[in-house]
Design a protein around this ligand. Sequence first.
Ligand SMILES: Nc1ncnc2c1ncn2[C@@H]1O[C@H](COP(=O)(O)OP(=O)(O)OP(=O)(O)O)[C@@H](O)[C@H]1O
Ligand SMILES: [Mg+2]
Length: 661
Amino acid sequence: MAEKKSVWAQLKERLAVDSVDVNDEKIYKDVRGGPGGGRDFRRPKDVKGTLVRVLGYAGRNKGLFVLVLALMLVSTGCSLAASYYLRPLIDDYIVPLIKSPEKDFSALAGQLGILAGIYLASAVATYFTSRTCMTLAQWATNALRRDLFSALQDLPVSFFDQHTHGELMSRFSNDADNVQMCLEQGIVQFLSGIITFVGTVALMISLSWKLFCLTLLTIALSFGLVRGIGRYSRILFKKQQASLGALNGYIEEMLDGLKVVKAFNYEERAKAGFDQCNDEYRENAIFANFLGSIIFPTMNAVMNICYAVTAVLGGFMTVAGSFTIGSLGVYLNYIRQVTMPINMMSNQAINLFSAIAGAERIFAIIDHEPEPDDGAVSLVTVDRAPDGTLTETGHGERTGFWAWKMPRPDGTYEFREVRGSVRLEDVQFSYVPEKPVLKGITVWADPGQKIAFVGSTGAGKTTITNLINRFYEIDSGRILFDGIDVKDIKKAGLRRSMGIVLQDTNLFTGTVMENIRYGKLDATDEECIAAAKSANAHGFITRLPDGYQTMITGNGQNLSQGQRQLLAIARTAVAKHPVLILDEATSSIDTRTEKLIDRGMDALMEGRTVFVIAHRLSTVRNAQAIVVIEQGQIVERGSHEELLDKQGRYYMLYTGQSELD
Ligand SMILES: Nc1ncnc2c1ncn2[C@@H]1O[C@H](COP(=O)(O)OP(=O)(O)OP(=O)(O)O)[C@@H](O)[C@H]1O
Ligand SMILES: [Mg+2]
C-alpha cells in the first residue's frame, strides 16, 4: 500500500523540486486567457521610463490630469483629517461632557457635524476622482491605441512576418486594456496609498513615538513573515501556472489531432494522459492556495497582538497622565489602518507591473523603425503641350497623364512620362539572412507587355512581385521603373502606379461598392460599376441580395472564392494603373468561374504592362514571354511555342508531366 504522506511532507517535496523559471515564455503564453487571464507576471525592463511615458499620455489632457491629482489629494487628506479629528472630539468634547453635570450636547453635535462634513467631502472627492480618472484613462488609451495603429501602418511588411496577428492583436486588447485599468484605478490608488501610509505614520509618531516604535516592530515582524511565506507561495503559484499551461497544451494538442486520436484508437491513452495533467494541476493549485491562504490570518494575528499590547501600554500611559483618551483611541484606530494602504498597494503592484509590461510592448512597436522611404522622385499628374513638354498640373487634377517628377541637382525638376517599363537586374533576395530565395533574377517588361511567371510552389514567384513594389528591400541588384531605380521613388507614388491583385484576396467590411472603390478613393459609382463590368464581376454582383450595396463581412465569407477574386480584380481595375501585378489564387475554382476570371483579367491587362503569376495555363498562353522559375532562379524563358518546342521544364509543366503547384 502506498505510504500516506502528511500535508507538510508533500509541501516540502513540492518546494524542493527545482523552481520554475519566472521568465519562461511558455508558461505565460499557455495560460493566457486562463485564470488571471491576460495578466503578465514578468517584470518590465524599464519601469520608471515606461511609467513616465504612460503618464505623459494622461498628461496630454492637462486640465483633467491636474484635476485628478487635486481631487485625490482632497479625498486622501480629508480621510486622514477625519480619522485624526476623533482626538479633539473625545478629549475636548466627550470627556468634559462626561465629567460635567450638565449634559449639553449642542457643542458636541456641532463638532459631529463638522466631522460628517469632512467625511462627506472625502466621499464626494473620491467619487469624482474615480470618475475623472475614468475619462482621463479613456482619453489616454485612445491616444495610445491611435499611435499604435498608426505605427503599425508604417511598419515594413517584413515586421509582420516576425509577429503573428494574434500577438499584435493582444497589444490592442490585453496590453491596452491593462494600461487603461492601471490608469483608471491603479496609479491613483497607488499614490493615495503612499500618501495615506506616510500621513498615518506621521500622525502616529506625533501622537506617541514610543508606541510607534512598538508598532514598527510589529509591522516589520508581520511583513517578514509575509515575505517568507510569500516567497514559497510564489514558487508554488508558478508551478500552478506551469501545470495549467501543460494542461491547456495537452487539450489543444489532442483537439487538434482529434481525427488522428480516433483513427489510431488512442482515446483511452489520451484520457489517461489528460488525467495525469489534470491531477497535477489540482495538486499544485491546492498547495499554492494553501500557502496563500495562510498569509492574511498570520498577518492579522500579529497585528491583533500588537493592538492588544498597545491598548494595555497606552492604557497605562493614559492613567499615568502622559497620554489622553482621545489620543489612545485615535492611535488604536491607526494600528488597524496603517497596514491597509500597504495591502492595497501590493495588490495594485501586480496590476501596475502587468500594465507597465504591456505598455512597454506597445511602445516597442511604436518606436519600431518605420518602413524606410527615402526616395526623392514623386508621381504627379501633368499636362502635355503639343510639343511634348510636360507641366505639373497641381494636386488632385485628373488629366489622366502621369509623370515622374525628378529633382535635378540645380533645384529644378525633370518630368518623365509614366510608361510602365519594368526591369529587374540580377536581383538577389532573402527573407531570412543567409537563406537566399531569389538568386540573380533578370527580367524585363516593355510598356504594354505581358510577362508570365510559372514554376513550382515555393519557387519564388510571389516574392518577385513583393520586390517590385518594395514590400521588401532587395539584397543586391537593381529594379528599374521607367529607367528610375525604385529605391529613388517615393513609396506612395510607386505603389500608386502599380495595381496588384494578391494571391490571397482580402476584402474589408463594407459594401461591395466600397470595396471596389478601395482601389481609387475618389472613383464615382459609375466608374466602380464600369470597373466591375470590365472585370466580369457585374453579373454576380447584381444577383446579390442588395446588389452593389450588399455588405461584405469577415473578409467576404458570404462570397465564393471565385467571387472574391473577381471583386479584387474589379478593385484593381478601377484605378487604371500603368503596371499590373496579378498573382492568381492557387486554390481551385470551378471552370465557369475560371473562365469569368480569365476574361476579367484579360480586360484588365489590355494596354498595360503586366506581370502575371499563372497557376492556370490558360492565363499563360497569350503572354509575350513566359519565365519559368525554379528555386529562385530562372530556368527557361520564351514564348509558349518556343518553350514547348524546347521540351524542357515548361513542356513538362504544360503537358502535365509535372505539376504547376
Ligand atoms: N514572408 C516570408 N518569410 C520567409 N520566407 C518566405 C516568406 N514568404 C515566402 N517565403 C519563402 O520564399 C520561398 C518563395 O516563396 P513564394 O511565395 O515566392 O513562392 P511562390 O512561387 O509564389 O509559390 P506559390 O506558387 O505556392 O504561390 C518559399 O520557400 C517560401 O517558403
Ligand atoms: Mg505565390
